[in-house]
Design a protein around this ligand. Structure first.
Ligand code: Q9C
Ligand code: ZN
Length: 703
């Protein structure tokens, strides 16, 4: 109305009133002994410095933080939790503070935590109230600790109180005078907003939308409830929307596609009175935890699209985001949007991933009964790009991506861009890519590979989502080792290889207690570059009845189907793709010893670069050439550090045979199970008794 009046009178419309809340007191929350931590006070300072330097802060209404009333926090948190957060910084907790923090998932406390937590929650209330009341058009609350992981009775994931949830409840319950009846929460932090989801799960007044890395359940917080199947319950059915990425390489084009084909049509139908953004910036290009690649322009575009709803009443509350430059630049771009500055949106990479399209279809399908607009036809022939390859560009530098200069980072790298980043052995790899693609005639090395030419065309889809690789007909032994030695993967073990000394037999050769035959070892005997444990939603089971190495008893397999009721331990080793192939050869007994004592490995890799692409876009690759081997199915379990997590297990057809009884299920032998237990205990996952129970339960449970 204001704009219309301005136009009629011929005057220039007034600049939007934008609130900007910054308060140094929220920098008091920090690690107790000054240890490094991604969620640190510098985050707020870096953003503030940038906004001040760019002349943005002076164009906003700058607000001070305000502590939340306990009664307002009580709308989403238990009294016990509120009391603990209030008292945790007091003297009485000096000796127990660290232990209490350990009791939570990914939490630290210090003497400043209580004040910061109350200020963060109160600040989001403060700006939301002002926007709802029309005193401000929109606002940004630069708060910490963040909020969206906090559960009603627990701190979690760097979050103490759920700031956005507290503010939403305040508007709905405490301020009927402001007439806020419907709230859209857009959570674009790279992690799932598990806390917020739970707090409004049955509440149709709050539409909760979260887009996050999921990686088939392996990405933090690794709870199955981040999947698209969680749509709300009771009256809230259809009012909870999860968009779970399959991998960690999504960027502007992927987010825009989700906005255009899911979020915006639903926002139009829902017609919110205000939008609260759980604005984490850890999906930004350069973020050390997220791995995604939204540019500042990308955030600006996503935010611009939201301003079309709720009369532009948008409140942004900071959540995660751990690259100081990325978050400063991204918040700055968002502030400019709110202030009405014009943007040129020219994202370089406009194509979403194939996987993004798959996720969009899945989510729309799940929700179309609640939001009929989602039944509309999606555009056809959208140019897509296939999943990225995983090459460590600078193998000798550390993995500290947070020290990189964001201005220097390339755009979301596409599969072929990466080939250009690696400088040595380049021509060799290009040759190999060409040879590798003999049956994909159109594959080229320009940067515009489209889905029509994707390597998945050369493989056959199976009904379980895995694909069958064609039998290889060429010999690349002269190049493949050098090419694949520059590509890193996480090899995930769920069986005896969880015990590192046993796994190292596959790298260095030899055997450990309980093994009756020696391993050949890999060509490249360098040790893993990292080890890490995770849980995955796949069933561990023990099948077959004896092995040449371990004697009588079953050995471990992982059912490649996802089942969120399962939580299996995996121990991951960061090794090269060359080493992974050598492990795969040995696991499938494909290595021979010739008369002169030399070990004969197969002369082409089972998993080359093109197989990697099809594994990451199809989740699994059953290796047809070794279909009768026990571990012929390579499964993509997600990503860590931007590298794929791969494991080897039996094909789905064997799972079916184990289910039907055609193949035996059998408990592991004593020595084999002792090796698994040693792995879990030395890896500090379980104590001896728990580990034994874990193995026995899995053996007894079957499939
Ligand atoms: N391997 C926010 O972005 N990571 N929180 C734990 C354990 C916790 C992120 C990793 C990440 C929490 C607000
Ligand atoms: Zn996050």
């Amino acid at each position: 109305m204001a704009a219309a009046a301005a136009a009629a009178s011929g005057s220039v419309p007034a600049a939007p009133r934008v609130g900007l809340l910054y308060d140094n007191r929220m920098c008091a929350h920090a690690t107790p002994d000054g240890e490094d931590h991604p969620e640190n006070p510098e985050r707020l300072r870096a953003i503030w410095r940038k906004l001040a330097a760019e002349g943005i802060a002076s164009r906003c209404q700058v607000l001070e933080a305000k502590e939340a009333n306990e009664s307002h926090i009580a709308s989403v948190h238990t009294q016990d939790h509120i009391k603990l957060m209030r008292d945790i910084s007091s003297k009485e907790y000096d000796s127990s503070r660290d232990d209490i923090a350990k009791g939570f998932n990914s939490i630290y406390f210090n003497e400043g935590s209580s004040e910061s937590a109350f200020l963060a929650a109160g600040s989001v209330i403060e700006v939301s109230e002002k926007v709802a009341a029309g005193e401000l058009n929109s606002a940004i609350a630069l708060v910490r600790p963040p909020g969206h992981h906090a559960e009603h009775d627990a701190a979690m994931g760097f979050c103490l109180f759920n700031n956005v949830a507290v503010a939403a409840n305040y508007l709905l319950n405490e301020r009927p005078d402001l007439c806020i009846k419907k709230i859209l929460i857009v959570d674009w932090d790279v992690h799932h907003g598990n806390g917020t989801q739970k707090m409004f799960y049955d509440d149709p007044r709050v539409l909760f939308f979260s887009v996050h890395r999921f990686d088939f359940g392996s990405f933090y917080p690794s709870q199955g409830d981040a999947s698209h199947c969680f749509i709300g319950e009771g009256a809230g059915q259809g009012y909870n929307i999860n968009v779970p990425w399959e991998h960690g390489k999504c960027g502007d084009a992927d987010y825009v596609a989700v906005w255009d084909h899911i979020l915006l049509p639903i926002a139009e139908a829902f017609d919110p009175d205000i939008i609260l953004v759980s604005a984490g910036f850890d999906a930004a290009l350069g973020d050390p935890l997220g791995g995604c690649c939204i540019t500042p322009n990308g955030y600006a575009l996503l935010l611009t699209k939201l301003l079309g709803f709720a009369n532009g009443r948008v409140v942004m509350a900071l959540e995660g985001g751990y690259n100081l430059k990325s978050i400063a630049n991204s918040v700055c771009a968002c502030a400019k949007v709110l202030l009405g500055d014009k943007f040129a949106f020219n994202a370089r990479e406009k194509r979403p991933f194939e996987s993004t399209w798959r996720v969009i279809k899945m989510v729309r399908d799940e929700l179309k009964t609640y939001w009929p607009v989602l039944s509309s036809k999606l555009p056809k022939n959208v140019p897509l790009r296939s999943a990225p390859l995983y090459i460590e560009p600078y193998a000798s530098s550390g993995s500290e991506s947070d020290v990189e200069d964001v201005d220097e980072l390339p755009d979301a790298v596409s599969s072929v861009d990466i080939v250009q980043v690696v400088d040595d052995g380049l021509s060799e790899r290009i040759t190999m890519l060409k040879l590798d693609q003999d049956n994909v005639a159109t594959k080229n090395t320009s940067s515009c590979t489209t889905v029509e030419q994707s390597p998945t065309d050369s493989v056959q889809a199976q009904n379980d989502g895995s694909v069958v690789a064609p039998t290889r007909i060429y010999d690349l032994s002269f190049t493949w080792r050098s090419a694949l030695s520059k590509v890193y993967v996480w090899y995930a073990s769920f069986g005896s290889n969880m015990w590192t000394p046993r796994f190292l037999c596959y790298i260095e050769g030899g055997k450990v207690d309980g093994m009756s035959i020696s391993c050949f070892g890999s060509h490249d005997t360098s040790p893993p570059r990292g080890t890490m444990w995770k849980n995955v939603p796949h069933r561990l089971f023990f099948g077959r009845s004896s092995t040449p190495c371990w004697g009588t008893g079953g050995v471990a397999f992982l059912n490649p189907e996802i089942n969120y009721n399962d939580k299996s331990y995996i121990c991951m080793y960061k090794i090269t793709l060359e080493q992974f192939n050598d492990v795969l050869f040995q696991e499938n007994r494909l290595v021979d010893s010739s008369e002169d004592g030399k070990n004969e490995f197969p002369d082409s890799p089972l998993i080359g670069l093109s197989e990697m692409e099809s594994i990451s876009s199809n989740k699994a690759l059953h290796l047809e050439s070794i279909k009768d081997s026990w571990y012929s199915n390579v499964v993509h379990l997600g990503e860590e550090d931007g590298l794929p997590i791969l494991t080897m297990t039996c094909p789905s057809t064997d799972v079916a045979r184990h289910k039907s009884g055609e193949l035996p299920l059998a408990p592991p032998s004593e020595t084999y199970s002792a090796t698994l237990i040693k792995g879990l205990v030395e890896g500090k996952q379980l104590d001896t008794k728990e580990a034994a129970n874990y193995i026995n339960d899995a053996a007894a449970r079957g499939l």
